[in-house]
Design a binder for this molecule. Structure first.
Ligand SMILES: [Zn+2]
Length: 333
C-alpha cells in the first residue's frame, strides 16, 4: 500500500514537471512579438463631450482624473498627460483643478504642454501660438518643479504643426529654445469620436448605443494598431515603438483597462516617451505642412520620398462619425 502511494506521488511529480516543461515550451512558441508603446493622454484636466473648449464640471473631472491614472498604474503603464491650463482657470476652483493634475503626478505619471486654450496652429498666428505655449506652462511647470521634473514635451492640438513651412520651422526653433521636444503620434484611435457618442447615448438614456460605442471603440483600437504596425513594417522593415494618442475622457474611464489589456495581449510593453524616441526611426524628419493632423508614420513616409494616400487609412464607423459631427456642430460655437 505504502509503495503504491509512493509510486503515485512519483507519477504526480513527473506529471507536474512535464506540465511545467510543456507550458514553458508552449509559452515560447506562442510568445507574442516584443512591442513597445508610450501612452499619451491629451486635453487634461478633461475632454468634454461635443466641445474642446468647455471648462467641464469639477465633480466629473475629479472622477475622470481619479480613474485614469489609477488604471494606468494598475497596468504599470507610464503615461504623459498634455494639459490645457485654461481649464484650470475657474473662479473658486483653481486649487481643486490644479489638484486634478497632481493626481497624475502622484501616480508617477508625467505632464506636458498642449497650449493654454487648445489653440489650432492652422488658424492661429505664430506670435499668438507662441504666447499660447508660454501661457500654457505656468501651473504645470510649477507642479513639475515641485517634484524635481521639468516641462519637457509639447503636443500640438489637432496635431496641426504649422500652416506654412516658415511658421512650422520658426515654432520648432521656439520650442527648442524653451527646452521642449515635440511629442509625436503614431497611433490615433478616434476615442474623441466614441466619447461623444457615449456621452450622447448617456444623455438619451440609450444603454444599447452606449454599449455599442464602447464595444466598437475597442474593436477600432485593434484596427488602428494593425494599421500603424503595418505602416511601420512597410517603412522601416520592422515595428518601431509606437506612440498612442488618447484623451482624458469618460470613454477611457470605462474602456482604458480593457484597452491596455488588449495591448498587453498584442505583446506591448508600456514605456516612456523618452524610451520610444531613443529609437532611430524617430530621428526621421517631419517636413509635412497641411491641415490634416496626420500620424508621424505618414510624415516619415513623405520625408522618405514615399507617397501617402490621404483617403486611405482606418476611419471610425460612419454611424459614430455622424453623431460626432452633429454634436460638434451644435455645441462647439
Ligand atoms: Zn487636444
Amino acid at each position: 500500500m505504502r509503495e503504491r502511494k509512493l509510486l503515485l506521488i512519483f507519477v504526480l511529480i513527473l506529471a507536474a514537471f512535464a506540465g511545467l516543461l510543456n507550458r514553458s515550451n508552449g509559452a515560447q512558441s506562442a510568445a507574442p512579438p516584443q512591442r513597445t508603446v508610450a501612452i499619451t493622454v491629451d486635453d487634461l484636466p478633461g475632454a468634454i463631450v461635443g466641445n474642446d473648449f468647455a471648462m467641464g464640471d469639477l465633480k466629473e473631472l475629479q472622477k475622470i482624473n481619479r480613474a485614469i491614472p489609477a488604471i494606468l498604474k494598475s497596468h504599470h503603464a507610464w503615461a504623459i498627460g498634455f494639459v490645457n491650463e485654461r481649464k484650470l482657470q475657474v473662479q473658486n476652483e483653481r486649487d481643486a483643478r490644479a489638484e486634478l493634475l497632481e493626481m497624475w503626478l502622484d501616480a508617477g505619471l508625467a505632464l506636458g504642454n498642449h497650449t493654454f486654450s487648445h489653440a489650432d496652429f492652422q488658424i492661429t498666428p505664430l506670435a499668438k501660438y507662441e504666447d499660447e505655449t508660454i501661457e500654457g506652462q505656468v501651473v504645470t511647470t510649477a507642479l513639475l518643479k515641485g517634484i524635481g521634473q521639468t516641462d519637457k514635451y509639447f503636443r500640438h492640438p489637432y496635431l496641426n504643426t504649422g500652416p506654412t513651412a516658415e511658421a512650422k520651422t520658426a515654432f520648432e526653433a521656439f520650442l527648442k529654445e524653451r527646452g521642449y521636444t515635440i511629442a509625436p503620434v503614431t497611433v490615433e484611435d478616434a476615442d474623441y469620436v466614441f466619447n461623444d457618442v457615449l456621452g450622447y447615448a448617456v444623455e438619451k438614456k440609450d444603454k444599447k448605443m452606449a454599449a455599442r460605442a464602447k464595444k466598437e471603440y475597442l474593436e477600432y483600437v485593434d484596427t488602428t494598431f494593425d494599421y500603424s504596425e503595418g505602416l511601420s513594417r512597410d517603412l522601416f522593415s520592422r515595428e518601431v515603438p509606437q506612440v498612442l494618442l488618447i484623451h482624458d475622457n469618460q470613454l477611457n474611464v470605462e474602456c482604458l483597462d480593457a484597452l491596455l489589456t488588449k495591448l498587453e495581449h498584442r505583446g506591448y510593453k508600456f514605456v516612456s516617451l523618452d524610451q520610444v524616441m531613443a529609437d532611430p526611426a524617430y530621428a526621421t524628419p517631419d517636413h509635412y505642412v497641411g491641415n490634416t493632423g496626420i500620424s508621424w508614420l505618414l510624415r516619415w513616409r513623405l520625408a522618405l520620398g514615399k507617397t501617402v494616400n490621404f483617403e486611405q487609412g482606418p476611419e471610425a464607423p460612419a454611424w459614430a462619425n455622424k453623431i460626432f459631427e452633429q454634436l460638434r456642430k451644435e455645441r462647439q460655437k
